[in-house]
Design a protein around this ligand. Structure first.
Ligand code: ZN
Length: 540
């Protein structure tokens, strides 16, 4: 998720030798996951431009949401070739292997109140889903993530239209999940088309309570704004709630077509590539296709935007007028990071990447083809930018279970910051960056804790940050030292090839590493990832 990068200051002892500037950087990160704790950045009161206090987030009381108003629409025929613009020409053939992926056609209308403090997202989702199991499916689940506490919005959806049948879905987990019971079970290999209306009431985000959905300083950020098909693990639908402090969604690669109608006076940014734009009075209607992505996000605001070409990819930064001074920093660092990871890991196959200013949305939050950066206007812009860009590879292209094995993407994205520094400023800067992490882990009362636990198994958000992000990045460094630079590079490329558009696991990651080096890495993985233990470089 949005980079956390360090423990909460009241729990953190700053080791000697870390400069004041680094301490400030570390603390700035904490404005994110530490928000629920009282005054986490009070030590920074002398630093200009920083808040002196961070209040407790307001208690969330969902307001009743009126029923969606959309009427059934005919099932659009979602052709595979319609997705071609979502990929660069060299990668269009990738679609052939994804012909059975879930296809979404989403129609969305965005309406703001006159002061742009609230919004209504009214939509219709048409979903084509194939049963990949060997058993018939008796029900299909849909996740309504805007009802999760991190989103603090209110979403309703249904009824569900399947052919000429209308099904009232059952709510589970306080509305986070909808269960659609099928009158006729979906046989193995069979495809079903579901259509349903949905409606989201969106509120304003408070600077003191970072979250991932809502209106923040005039920017509407809306990821996962549609009913999302969850994954199926071991023949069971994965409808787990997300523990606080970590990322929320797990979903397989799908193919999306989005048609978004919004006031013409705003800029509209979305995952994917715009293929059509219409004007309808005061409104604009934009249609996008994404190619293979596991989720999508949109943003609506009056932005200043600037683009760069990174090879064949158009990189665009969308920032508020107050943050135009950061445009070059964002574009320079994102450009280099895309080149670094394109070379070291594998190609970014989409024609576009959008980087969107989203004040207070944690340090930043990653979505495929679109990342939010929450820290523009502060001194801490480069790290969140290169971290979120790295998530395009680690989470976006190479999926992983963000709840059970978050280190796979968070440790990788944090280590990718070191890779960025290595290229931008030389290996000395990268070494110093990792040394700071080492010093912080050493100061923890139990530095032996493993990096491979689920989000909810760490005692606090602070521990989650120290072990998954910081010690996790140090594990990548240790793996690189164990394998050697060249084999480590070979491993990253092999890992990408193996799991591109798929879903990796810790054991799969280990297997690829062991195949690359033709060696047994059990002890290394047990020590760092699975069991933990004494690591000499992390001893005090
Ligand atoms: Zn992250």
């Amino acid at each position: 998720m949005g980079f956390i990068g360090a423990p909460c200051p009241h729990e953190l002892k700053i080791p000697k030798g870390i400069t004041v500037k680094k301490v400030i950087i570390i603390f700035l990160l904490l404005m994110t996951a530490c928000a629920p704790l009282a005054n986490p950045i009070q030590v920074l009161t002398s630093t200009p431009g920083l808040q002196s206090t961070v209040d407790l987030p307001p208690a969330y009381t969902p307001t009743p949401t009126p029923s969606p108003t959309h009427t059934p629409q005919p099932t659009p025929d979602i052709q595979l070739s319609d997705q071609n613009p979502g990929l660069l020409p060299d990668y269009i053939d990738d679609l052939a292997q994804l012909k059975d992926a879930t296809r979404y056609s989403i129609d969305l209308e965005v309406t703001f109140d006159s002061e742009m403090r609230t919004a209504i997202l009214d939509g219709w989702a048409q979903i084509q889903f194939r049963n990949h199991l060997d058993n018939p499916l008796h029900e299909i689940y849909l996740m309504l993530w805007p009802n999760d506490a991190q989103y603090q919005s209110s979403m309703v959806a249904g009824p569900v239209f399947i052919r000429d049948k209308v099904i009232e879905p059952a709510q589970e987990l306080d509305g986070l999940a909808l269960r659609v019971d099928l009158a006729i079970p979906l046989a193995p290999g069979e495809t079903i088309d579901l259509g349903l209306p949905f409606r989201i009431e969106v509120g304003s985000m408070s600077p003191s309570a970072p979250r991932r959905f809502g209106i923040t300083e005039g920017v509407l950020i809306a990821p996962t704004f549609y009913p999302l098909i969850p994954r199926i693990i071991d023949d069971e639908w994965d409808i787990r709630r997300a523990p606080s402090g970590g990322d929320t969604t797990n979903s397989d690669i799908a193919l999306y077509q989005l048609r978004v109608t919004a006031p013409a006076s705003f800029d509209l940014v979305a995952s994917g590539v715009e293929i059509q734009k219409e004007s309808i009075g005061d409104l604009q209607r934009l249609t996008y296709v994404t190619g293979p992505m596991r989720d999508v996000a949109i943003a609506v605001a009056d932005f200043v935007d600037e683009s760069r070409q990174v090879g064949d990819v158009t990189l665009t930064a969308w920032v508020l007028q107050d943050h135009v001074d950061d445009l070059d920093t964002v574009l320079d660092s994102a450009t280099l990071q895309m080149q670094v990871l394109g070379d070291l890991v594998g190609p970014y196959p989409y024609p576009e990447l959008d980087i969107v200013d989203a004040p207070h949305a944690f340090g930043g939050i990653e979505y495929p083809g679109l990342v939010f950066i929450g820290t523009l206007g502060t001194h801490w812009v480069v790290e969140p930018t290169v971290h979120e860009v790295a998530h395009q590879w680690f989470y976006g292209l190479i999926g992983d279970d963000q709840i059970s094995e978050p280190w796979l993407d968070e440790a990788a994205a944090t280590y990718a910051e070191a890779l960025y520094y290595e290229q931008a400023l030389g290996s000395g800067r990268a070494t110093g960056f990792l040394s700071d992490f080492r010093a912080i882990v050493r100061e923890h009362p139990d530095p032996m804790m493993p990096i491979g636990l689920p989000v909810g198994d760490y005692a606090s958000t602070s521990d989650y940050a120290v072990f998954v992000y910081l010690k996790g990045a140090l594990f990548f460094d240790a793996l690189r030292r164990e394998l050697g630079d060249r084999p480590f590079g070979d491993f990253l490329k092999a890992y990408y090839r193996q799991y591109l558009y798929g879903f990796a696991s810790a054991s799969g990651f280990q297997e690829v590493a062991e195949e690359t080096c033709s060696c047994d890495l059990r002890d290394l993985f047990n020590l760092w990832v699975y069991e933990g233990g004494l690591i000499s470089e992390l001893e005090r």
